[in-house]
Design a protein around this ligand. Structure first.
Ligand code: DSN
Length: 501
């Protein structure tokens, strides 16, 4: 039963404009709050509270961003009601013409933006994109030759015994990906993820001294392991990777070269990573999320060479349920936005800001993994620099208005829960328009706070979670971060004083 609302936010907005032209993004946002409030005010109130939170804290989470309001609003409509299992033009449901048009358009935009032979827009997340890629590679490399040997068309023509034999062959394949503790993603063979159950998964590490990927050491390991898939990509590594060289190495052992560019897809789209550092011309299959540096809706995407295209398009039903047409619509908008020249300027500024952040931290005495960055990530070592765990650093900085996440450093003695590091990223603050001066201010505040923070002992031992920060430093830091937040508001189109009434 809708709740009666005597005073709509939209009406207040229009009254405030006094006959002026409404901003479509603001109007839609206010109308959506009215709609949600008519069913359940708690949800609408939490959306507003989240905006207040994001406006009061600087977002330094390397994997987050602010999608445009057009991208957000593309997700909030009737497309969510439609089932469209299959792929564009080949559906298992009637009435998919409009979803076909959106999915094909989005795929064309992705192909043009990244220069890929093929694009698949359906994965609901990064892990889904990687599962689609794994299954497509297994189907193309293992299943197809198995079926050819038995001269049958597809798996439904196999006897139970033959299918069991195929399952054993599929299961007997090796994956070589960047080790989780060196900055690789958990879907690249981490023991607690399905990737290590699906494959005999092995990890390559960064060099213990330099923290850098050593392609000579990788070559040696690759020849020992001889995997079906060589997988590149990371969640916490701060340097460019020579994908042209990695492809050569993969070819030496007949491995399929797969790159998960979830973190740096925006830097590829924005032409910061070009030539050998652009994975698309070199990898057989490239996966990504769409919401990190690419600044789209939460979701995934797969790009591939023509050889893998048919298998990639069978992501549903292989590992996915029905696609999310509303999210594919939002992906198409984000891909269009990323195709504009202004996105290339944005991508270049992300890296300038990350370099300024790394420099600012190091100039003030904080150790930074690999001594800097080539991308959007900075990994600060708070254990050796400040005697803190990552958990303490994360909490102390959040308390003054900086949102970031703790992260293991390579070979981290503090493990993945407490960690010794902080991962800081610049995509979101760059979207807000901050530049190197603001980033230097952030580095200064962060170091002041971390220096003024000490572990609190628990049962006579140095605590790994409890901490205290000098009150005066907290107060000053909060004021400095608040000043930055006020100067660079999140979604400035939305005047929250109208919601408050
Ligand atoms: N959770 C993402 C990140 O923060 O890097 C990866 O899945």
């Amino acid at each position: 039963m809708p709740i009666d609302q005597p005073d709509l936010i939209v009406e207040r907005y229009l009254r405030r404009l006094g006959g002026g032209r409404p901003d479509p993004a603001a109007l839609t946002f206010f109308a959506s709050l009215d709609q949600m409030r008519s069913v359940d005010p708690l949800v609408a109130d939490r959306v507003v509270a989240e905006l207040v939170d994001q406006r009061s804290n600087i977002k330094l989470i390397a994997s987050e961003n602010y999608a445009s309001l057009a991208v957000q609003q593309a997700m909030g409509n009737l497309l969510t009601d439609k089932y469209a299992e299959g792929s564009a033009g080949h559906r298992f449901y009637a009435g998919c013409d409009n979803v076909d048009a959106i999915e094909s358009h989005g795929a064309d935009l992705a192909k043009a933006l990244f220069g890929a032979d093929h694009a698949y827009l359906q994965p609901h997340s990064g892990i889904d994109a990687n599962l689609v890629a794994f299954i497509a590679i297994l189907a193309t490399r293992v299943e197809e030759s198995f079926l050819e040997r038995l001269d049958v068309k597809n798996v439904s023509a196999l006897s139970d015994e033959q299918f069991a034999e195929l399952r054993t062959e599929l299961h007997d394949q090796r994956l070589l990906g960047m080790d989780y503790y060196s900055g690789g993603h958990l879907t690249h063979g981490y023991r607690f993820n399905i990737s290590s159950r699906l494959f005999d998964a092995r990890g390559y590490t960064v060099d213990r001294e330099t923290g850098l990927l050593d392609l000579d050491a990788l070559r040696t390991q690759l020849h020992e392991v001889r995997p079906l898939i060589l997988l590149a990509g990371y969640s916490a590594y701060t340097r460019k990777i020579d994908f042209a060289k990695m492809r050569e190495l993969a070819d030496e052992v007949g491995a399929t070269f797969m790159v998960d560019m979830a973190h740096f897809a925006g830097l590829v789209a924005g032409k910061v990573f070009t030539g050998a550092y652009d994975p698309v011309p070199h990898a057989h299959v490239v996966t990504s999320t769409t919401h990190k540096t690419l600044r789209g809706p939460r979701g995934g995407i797969v790009l591939s060479s023509a050889d893998y295209a048919d298998a990639v398009d069978k992501g549903c039903p292989a590992v996915l349920g029905g696609p999310l047409p509303h999210v594919m619509a939002a992906k198409a908008l984000a891909l269009k936005e990323a195709s504009q020249p202004s996105f290339q300027e944005y991508a270049a500024r992300i890296v300038d800001n990350a370099r300024a952040l790394a420099d600012g931290l190091q100039r003030r005495g904080a150790r930074v993994a690999t001594g800097g960055t080539d991308n959007h990530i900075v990994l600060a070592d708070v254990a050796s620099s400040f005697g803190l765990t990552g958990r303490q650093g994360e909490s102390a900085l959040r308390a003054v208005g900086m949102t970031l996440n703790r992260n293991s450093l390579p070979f981290d003695a503090n493990g993945p829960w407490y960690t010794s590091g902080l991962r800081l990223g610049t995509p979101a603050l760059t979207t807000l328009g901050m530049g190197t001066d603001e980033v230097d201010e952030i580095a200064d505040v962060a170091v002041e706070v971390l220096r003024a923070t000490t572990p609190v002992s628990v049962n006579g031992k140095p605590g790994k979670a409890k901490y205290e920060t000098e009150a005066k430093v907290v107060q000053e830091a909060r004021a400095r971060i608040a000043a930055l937040c006020d100067k660079f508001p999140v979604y400035p189109e939305i005047d929250l004083s109208i919601v408050e009434g």
